[in-house]
Design a protein around this ligand. Structure first.
Ligand code: C2E
Ligand code: CA
Ligand code: CA
Length: 681
């Protein structure tokens, strides 16, 4: 029995007729609590009273020496019992009663008793006859009394069982629940308190089932789209693969430009768009199931703007292609979210079970690799997994790994490519360009690792590293020279960090580098971003004197009417527009227009990638302010930059002398053709 009944709020002294005890464990196997079922007996139980009145006998339930409950005749005085025979017939209360007891659960004793006077008559007869007869009669009496009282006791036992009916079933159910089986069927039965207990258990079980359902939902479903999450997809995917009924195809869907939607409209709208897109995905595949193009499908959100669709059976590859083309077309259609209209695109990677992997994890990687390949080939496209794409991915992973090491060992270096003023033939600045010489892989060009650094979240560290290196190395030179400016390339991911402008401030202050000699090169997509964070950073830095230039201008799709409002001081015309410009009237027309526009909007213009003198001739004539390119100089070490700067300064000084005294080179003014070939040396 329970040591401390008060612990469960039971009145002291109330005894227990049936008791069930089950520990309950949580998910980690720790005891979370216990489940206790108790039927206590009142000193007087109506069931016993009724029974007594029917059979005209007393009933008593005892625990050791204590009388727990009784009914009918005054309580049986157990202590004074005298055993009358081996079959447990007993007399008590100084012989005025006879009774019989039977053991019940938990050490309880259930007894039935009658007044001895009821059997007085038999006793008298017994005395009157001879000893032999008396002996026989007495034996008969004993047999009869024992028999009838035995029946009585059995009936009492049944009554007690009835009172405690439902408890064993409750105990079994509790044991199942404790083992974690919440699906155990249970309905409250029994009477009185046991029934109430059963009903309470029923409610508890329903609550448990509901909260478990919610926990499962949280663990397996994405709250934004309502679709299965990564964990659930994995279970579903493995199920699809092991069912072995058909061919399984993985479609890895990654949205294009989702980030800019988040930036432009905010995360709440972004989430709503994801929800609408998820619904569109489900509808699309549902309709294809209905028209028997595909078998059953499973879909879920892997995270961010990535979704996975697992298709059962798509027989022909051509069918798969047209399915995915339709899908991409459908996803490109306009979404109306609230009062805003927006579009996103999607890149889809396709992996086929068996061919591109057998396990769920392998297929997911293959589909991811294929998606990456699709992204590389342009947005709104799809790609099948190929071994080449996998090798490329492997290379990227190697680069990522090695880049982390290079960054922490600070083994990257910076070169400077001079910027020449076409107005007065001087070095007016230099662009800092990161260089990576790997101990075994050799020189790795930025084109191979900048993208990886962006994807792997390393670009901020890399950018900060280049900035620190550049301003520290060039600070003295910059302070000495009149207007030399150092340009650094800054990725959009760096500008998204709200601490970026403060970090620039701190870095420049530490190196004693003047703010107005720093030029930050951003790309068109960054300048056009409507992100508040980015705009604030640019505004803050420009206010502090930092210059901004628009890198690779002419490669994007900028709206010319937006140009005037762009937060930059300089346009750097991309080298793809300069290469071979002297042979292409189309390029000439474009560059002339850009330069004219740039001038009238008050931007400074830089032409990139000037490699031959004919290109220089054209851009000079067209009015470009500054040129950068192999014709002048490749990116060089800081020492070389310094030497070049001095040489140029010296030359300029000499040239001025020459001009003044009428010797040698012509003065550097106007659109003088001879000037260009000289600059190119
Ligand atoms: P970018 O900003 O357009 O840099 C100019 C690139 O053009 C440099 O390539 C430079 O070496 C190359 N270049 C300069 N003149 C000529 C020329 O006359 N002909 C040809 N064919 N190329 C020329 P690089 O150093 O390989 O850099 C490639 C790109 O990597 C850069 O393009 C820039 O976008 C990125 N990058 C380089 N360093 C950094 C950095 O520190 N941070 C970030 N975020 N990006 C960087
Ligand atoms: Ca640049
Ligand atoms: Ca550029």
């Amino acid at each position: 029995m329970l040591n401390d009944d008060t612990a469960i709020g039971m009145p002291v002294g109330r005894a227990i007729a049936h008791f069930a005890f089950e520990p309950v464990f949580d998910d980690f196997g720790d005891v979370a609590g216990v489940l206790i079922g108790i039927r206590s007996l009142a000193p007087s139980e109506s069931t016993f009273e009724r029974f007594s009145s029917i059979v005209n006998a007393g009933v008593v339930v005892m625990d050791g020496n204590i009388t727990l409950s009784s009914g009918g005749l005054p309580a049986f005085d157990f202590h004074a019992t005298v055993k009358l025979a081996d079959d447990e017939l007993i007399s008590a209360s100084g012989g005025s009663r006879v009774g019989r007891c039977a053991a019940h659960e938990l050490g309880l004793l259930v007894c039935a008793h009658v007044e001895a006077s009821q059997v007085q008559e038999a006793q008298h007869q017994m005395l009157r006859v001879s000893d032999r007869q008396a002996g026989t009669l007495f034996t008969w009496f004993l047999v009869l009394a024992a028999g009838s009282l035995g029946i009585l006791v059995s009936v009492v036992l049944v009554a007690v069982r009835r009172v405690t009916r439902g408890l064993p079933q409750l105990a079994t159910a509790a044991a199942s629940v404790a083992r974690g089986d919440l699906d155990v069927p249970f309905r409250a039965i029994g009477v009185g308190e046991v029934r109430s207990l059963g009903q309470a258990f029923e409610v508890m079980l329903a609550n448990l089932r509901e909260s478990l359902g919610q926990t499962r939902k949280l663990a397996f479903f994405d709250p934004v789209t309502g679709l299965p999450n990564r964990a659930k997809l994995r279970i579903d995917g493995m199920e699809a693969l092991t069912s072995g009924k058909s061919d399984v195809v993985f479609l890895f869907i990654d949205l294009d430009r989702f980030k800019s939607i988040n930036d432009t409209f905010g995360h709440k709208t972004g989430d709503m768009l994801l929800g609408a897109l998820a619904q569109r995905l489900v509808d699309f595949f549902d309709s294809r199931v209905r028209s028997n193009v595909i078998g059953p499908f499973r879909i879920g959100r892997l995270g961010g703007d990535e979704f996975l669709v697992i298709l059962d059976v798509v027989a022909a590859e051509t069918l798969l292609k047209s399915l995915v083309e339709d899908l991409i077309g459908r996803l490109r259609e306009i979404f109306a979210i609230g009062s805003a209209y927006m579009t996103v695109g999607a890149s889809v990677g396709i992996a086929i079970a068996g061919r591109d992997g057998r396990s769920y994890d392998d297929l997911l990687i293959s589909a991811d690799v294929a998606m990456y390949e699709a992204k590389r080939s342009g947005r709104n496209s799809y790609a099948f997994f190929t071994a080449d794409a996998a090798a490329l991915m492997q290379e990227r992973l190697t680069i990522e790994h090695e880049l982390r090491i290079a960054l922490s060992n600070r083994t990257l270096s910076v070169l400077y490519q001079p910027l020449f003023s076409l107005r007065d033939e001087r070095i007016v600045g230099a662009e800092a360009l990161v260089r990576w010489r790997h101990p075994t892989l050799g020189d790795i060009p930025p084109g191979k690792f900048i993208g990886v650094a962006e994807d792997a979240g390393l670009i901020s560290d890399l950018g900060q590293y280049v900035l620190e290196q550049a301003v520290t190395e060039t600070a003295a030179l910059v302070r000495e020279s009149g207007d030399l400016r150092i340009a650094v390339n800054v990725s959009v991911l760096q500008l998204e960090d709200p601490t970026f402008s403060n970090r620039i401030d701190a870095c420049l202050a530490k190196a004693d580098f003047p703010l107005d000699r720093l030029e930050i090169e951003i790309t068109e997509s960054v300048a056009m971003r409507e992100s508040i964070v980015i705009q604030n950073q640019i505004v803050n830095l420009r206010r502090a004197g930092v210059h901004f230039s628009l890198d690779d201008f002419g490669t994007g799709y900028s709206n010319l009417s937006m140009l005037a409002r762009l937060p930059v001081d300089t346009l750097k015309i991309d080298r793809s527009l300069i290469a071979g410009i002297h042979r292409s009237s189309e390029q000439q027309a474009i560059v002339r227009t850009i330069l004219a526009l740039s001038q009238s909007l008050g931007f400074q213009s830089v032409v990139e990638g000037v490699e031959v003198s004919e290109e220089l001739d054209f851009v000079t004539a067209a009015g470009a302010d500054i040129a950068q390119g192999f014709l002048f100089s490749r990116p060089v070490s800081f020492d070389m930059l310094k030497a070049m700067q001095n040489t140029r300064a010296m030359r300029r000084a000499i040239r001025r002398l020459d001009t003044t005294y009428g010797k040698g080179d012509e003065p550097v003014t106007g659109d003088n053709p001879s000037r260009r070939s000289r600059t190119a040396t």
